[in-house]
Each structure stands twice: as structure tokens, then as C-alpha cells.
Design a protein around this ligand. Sequence first.
Ligand code: 48H
Length: 258
Amino acid sequence: MLDDTIISKAIMDRYFKKLMEYTEMDVAIAGAGPAGITAAYYLAKAEKKVAIFERKLSIGGGMWGGGMMFNEIVVGEEGKRILDEFGVRIEKYDEGYYTADSVEAITTIASKAIKAGARIFNLISVEDILIIDGKVGGLVLNWSAVELANLHVDPLTIKSKYVIEATGHPLEVLSTLVRKNNIRLFTPSGGIEGERSMHADIGERTVVENTKEIYYNLYVAGMAANAAFGAPRMGPIFGGMLQSGKRVAELIINRLEG
Ligand code: 48H
């Protein structure tokens, strides 16, 4: 006969063991969209200890919805190479334009990241950032339910050598960092430059260029990178998100191993 309390104990035991293991790590990522998950995959593949904290019940950010809820995504040549590496099926649409089923894309990328050793903690919101000696040193976390219910419950903190801000358009981690601390970011104005209107070609290119360290030990990736550095959005072409995730992983691996 099944014992109900063994089921409860198994979940609590296993979950808290998992969470305890990730109180300190190499890289903590805010946001499990395509950029954050791709970054986690490449970091885990390089045997770095990495976890993603995602506010929502579901992972995948804006990728599920393709464009206007049509669940197909478009990628260019470089995005195609990354999707090939993940084993996502793609179809050529035109010269330099490829499509993939957005559900297949995000589930496959997430599965590869987790199997490579990355951990994803869903239902946890990043509400603040840990600063140690003037540098980013980790994330301040709370249950998303606490945030949603607007309860007065204090958060918990984890430490990481590097943090990746991959929360997409709203740029939540960076906005909090700027709002609460009198600091200058590594941007031209020293502040958040802000996202510009649509231009797929420029947006796709700049999202990779803008993937970099924006404050000591804090990197921006994905849509957050363009929002931070004042570059355009690019619509439902997702190759730049994948390239940005790969790029941020490479930059941090070099720092960790350099
Ligand atoms: C924990 C959080 C918090 C928080 C947010 O929006 P995303 O999909 O981000 P990217 O950069 O991987 O991909 C962007 C892409 O989806 C997109 O929007 C594009 C290409 N837009 C172009 C256009 O023109 O519109 O994922 C971010 C994730 C989401 O799952 C959020 O729930 C999560 O971050 N998140 N998680 N703590 N404070 N804030």
C-alpha cells in the first residue's frame, strides 16, 4: 500500500538536497528563456556548476509563442548551426532563413541543458542581487508565490562567481541593481540605455555584440543585452538568443579558466 507521507518526504528530501547543493555555484542565471537555457547548456557542458532561477511555472520564456502565438520560430545560419548541435529539426524556408517548431526547440534545448548538468529551479523569482566588495556576488531569491501575493516574507541568498541577467525585455536584475545602488554600468551613459523599436537585422547582430559584462561579475544575455545597451528588438527570429547564450557561456568559461 502506498504511504502518503513517504511521497511527501521524498519530495521534500530530494528538493532541499538539490537546493542546498546550489547555495554556491560558478554561475547563477536569472531567467529560463532561450538565452538563459542555452547559456546553461554550454556552461554545464564545460563542467561549470550552473543553475537557472525562473519566476514562472513554465520554462522557455518567449520561445513557446513563436510569433503572435504561431508556434514556429525563425533562425539564420548561425542559429541553424546551434539548433543542429542540439538536434532540433529545422526546415529551410529561404536562403538564410530556417524554421523550427518552437515547442520542439525549447523542450530539446532545456533537456540537453539539464542532462549536461545544469539545474533549473522554477517558481523562484530573483528579487535582488548580492553585492560583495562592490562586485556582484550572487542572487537574492524568493518564491514567486510570495511576490504574487505581495506577502512580507524575507528572501534567501545564494552566492555565485558570476551572474547572467537573462530576464528578457524587462531587464529585472539590472534594473534593481541600478535602482538600489549608486553605480555606473559599463554602458556609454553609465545607466540602462533602453530597448529600441523593431529592426530584425540590426537587433540580431547587436544582441551578440551586446552580450558582455555590464557590471563587475554581471553579464547580460539575450533580449536583456539589447535592452541594456540601447539596441532594437528583433521580433520572432531566435538565432540571436541562442548565439547570445552561447557567447555569454564562452566569455564566462574563459574567465573561470583564465
Ligand atoms: C526570475 C525572471 C525574472 C525574475 C523575468 O523573455 P525571455 O524569453 O528572454 P530571452 O532573452 O531568453 O529571449 C527573448 C525572447 O523570448 C524574446 O522575447 C524576443 C526574441 N523578443 C523580440 C521582440 O521583438 O519582442 O525569457 C526571460 C525569462 C522568462 O521566462 C521570465 O519569466 C523570466 O526570465 N524572468 N525569472 N526572476 N526577476 N524576470
